[in-house]
Write a protein that binds this ligand. Structure first.
Ligand SMILES: Nc1ncnc2c1ncn2[C@@H]1O[C@H](COP(=O)(O)OP(=O)(O)OP(=O)(O)O)[C@@H](O)[C@H]1O
Length: 257
């Protein structure tokens, strides 16, 4: 099994707070991996560390086989959409992609096909400022695909989308994966994650609670929401028990691997 992403003990602290706590991640190449956890669990911080945007305080890792300490070597084969994509409001979608291709030293020849891929062919010449949220997100995905990446990292790409936009995004994620690209996507839409992702990582308070094939988590019946909520109920009750019975630190919530 080739591994697209691997980390060991990945840790980030802000002041006295540990927001990513010794994360061991393994994302096999070729999967759509869902990255889920409550608000503030550390998902975006983890993604930012994988993209070389935030420096880890501890731990090691690799992306596409290249050490995390050398992002310049692996980032050319990684496409990312983190938070709102930055585009020039007065330029068309197509021009924005052309600017990004030029800045990144990439071939702009594939831009019309990319716009087609994300359903923006008819609006590629319209200014970005006239785009709906869904169109902006889809242009962001097109931008992430510009460099023909082996790995695509998307932070909440369905955030704020209506049901039609969410369905479109599902189709786009699947087609990206069918082209042989690994996808790591964070989301709070558990029903979407369950449908699209064949690999799952669940974190809470910076710690890993589950990692593995989605089918393994669902094997005993119930849907992803049931299992997810049970995990966090267990975490909360473990903490309460721990606090009641001992004055030592909260029990570790590390789960299955
Ligand atoms: N630059 C920063 N300085 C201080 N604290 C930060 C910084 N960035 C993130 N944090 C804190 O780290 C924790 C994890 O944040 P992060 O954005 O990674 O969570 P998340 O799982 O992506 O949450 P959400 O689902 O709400 O997007 C939060 O408590 C957040 O306030």
């Amino acid at each position: 099994m080739t591994t697209a992403i691997s980390t060991r003990g990945l840790t980030k602290r802000y002041g006295a707070r540990t927001v990513v706590d010794h994360l061991d991640l393994d994302v096999p190449a070729g999967v759509v991996a869902g990255f889920i956890g409550p608000n503030g669990a550390g998902k975006t911080t983890t993604l930012r560390m994988l993209l070389g945007l935030v420096r880890p305080d501890a731990g090691t890792g690799s992306v596409n086989g290249v050490p995390l300490t050398q992002p310049a070597r692996y980032l050319p084969r990684v496409g990312a959409l983190i938070e709102s994509p930055a585009f020039y409001p007065g330029l068309s979608g197509a021009r924005n992609l052309a600017v990004q291709a030029t800045l990144g030293g990439l071939d702009p020849a594939g831009i019309p096909a990319l716009l087609e891929r994300v359903g923006l062919a008819a609006r590629g010449a319209s200014p970005f400022q006239s785009y709906s949220l869904g169109m902006r997100q889809r242009l962001g995905i097109a931008s992430a695909l510009l460099g023909d990446p082996a790995l695509v990292v998307l932070d909440e790409p369905t955030n704020g989308l209506d049901p039609a936009g969410i369905r479109e995004m599902r189709g786009i994620l699947r087609s990206i994966n069918q082209e042989g690209r690994t996808v790591l996507v964070s989301s709070h839409l558990l029903a979407e994650v369950e449908q699209v992702c064949d690999w799952l990582i669940v974190i809470g308070e910076g710690r890993r609670l589950f990692q593995g094939p989605t089918r393994d988590l669902l094997a005993g019946g119930g849907d992803l929401e049931d299992h997810y909520l049970a995990m966090f109920t267990e975490t909360a009750s473990t903490k309460t028990t721990s606090t009641k019975t001992t004055s030592t630190k909260t029990t570790s919530t590390e789960g299955t691997s």
